[in-house]
Design a protein around this ligand. Structure first.
Ligand code: AMP
Ligand code: MN
Ligand code: MN
Length: 324
């Protein structure tokens, strides 16, 4: 039986599954998890939704966003990992499962090419633009009727991971999936506006500081976001406020990368590739993962050491891939 059908059967048999999406959640992680939770509740199940880190305010509009737990509660009969390429991406919710719940079936649903197939049932489809696109397929397999709330969750995932239908993998099957979600009531204009057009002033202040010092080395454009910059600007998320996307739009850059100093002192490295180049291999080799065009990793070293480690690796992969 194809793995998608096996997963459908397991979900139908479960009573109390726990859903886990990745740390520092994005719209695909949250949208997929909350959409599945709604479908399971509708099927008479009692799922918990969990994530190590809080739901960013951008995504508070998602139905069920207020029900995301930072820790599992009690015992479960199924564990479902969503949009995670390895066990570590599930973070503390997985680690703090009771020994009994850790022993139940683990389902891994994901679209990262770097996925390590860590589940008991692994449905990994790198041709899917978002895990939410796979979830729509799964719901259609299970004959779950879509409603506006489920559709809003899943369309958010697709919109986020395609950067608003702008990535090269936005094929007709993707716009067709989006059409089905809109027909179920999801409001594309509203989702797009919430996800891309709302930016706190603190983010602009952070960019102002970080942009003072960006460096172009060969065809690689890079910048840093220090703890001090985040504090001074009032930007308190452990992230670069989307700066890496802005840098990757620069004509001269084939690769863009930001190094963000997190509150913990770890360095979050966010990479983007243009012109069909692939940065996921470098991310994977450094213990992270991602997609060819967008990948990342977290390093337990200083900012300077991170720069000294990542840039030569990116230069090498650039030379290898471009033959220059
Ligand atoms: P970001 O730069 O945060 O937008 O992430 C780009 C892509 O890399 C996303 O698909 C992430 O899920 C993935 N990614 C980032 N960090 C990691 C990591 N430590 N392990 C696996 N995948 C990661
Ligand atoms: Mn994600
Ligand atoms: Mn995703």
């Amino acid at each position: 039986m194809p793995v998608k059908q096996q997963i459908a059967r397991q979900l139908q048999q479960a009573e109390r599954p726990v859903l886990i999406c990745h740390v520092s959640p994005d719209g695909d992680a949250l949208g997929t998890m909350l959409g599945l939770a709604l479908a399971l509740r509708r099927m008479g199940k009692h799922p918990d939704t969990t994530c190590q880190d809080p739901v960013p305010t951008t995504f508070h509009y998602l139905p069920g966003a207020d029900k995301v737990l930072s820790k599992p509660t009690g015992e479960y009969d199924l564990v479902v990992s969503l949009d995670c390429s390895d066990v570590r991406r599930m973070g503390t919710p997985y680690q703090s499962l009771s020994p009994r719940s850790k022993n139940v079936l683990l389902i891994n649903i994901d679209h990262h090419v770097t996925n390590l197939n860590f589940g008991d049932l692994n449905w990994v489809d790198p041709t899917a633009v978002a895990t939410a696109e796979m979830m729509l397929e799964l719901m259609e397999t299970m004959d779950v009727p879509l409603d506006i709330d489920i559709a809003t969750c899943l369309l958010t995932g697709i919109v986020c991971d395609t950067r608003g239908f702008r990535t090269a993998n936005t094929l007709p099957k993707v716009t067709a999936a989006a059409t089905r979600l809109m027909e179920a009531g999801a409001n594309l204009a509203d989702i797009t506006s919430r996800v891309f057009s709302e930016r706190p002033l603190a983010a602009v202040r952070l960019w102002t500081q970080a942009l003072q010092e960006t460096h172009m080395e060969g065809r690689i454009l890079w910048g840093v976001v220090t703890q001090e910059m985040r504090m001074q600007s009032g930007y308190n998320a452990n992230a670069d406020a989307g700066l890496v996307g802005f840098l990757s739009d620069v004509n001269e850059a084939d690769i863009a990368v930001t190094f963000t100093e997190k509150d913990s002192g770890e360095i979050y490295v966010s990479m983007r590739a243009n012109r069909g180049l692939d940065v996921s291999r470098v991310a994977l080799s450094l213990g992270g993962g991602g997609h060819p065009q967008a990948a990342g990793c977290t390093l337990q070293i200083t900012l300077q050491e991170a720069v000294d480690t990542v840039l030569p690796a990116l230069q090498a992969t650039w030379r290898e891939q471009t033959g220059q």
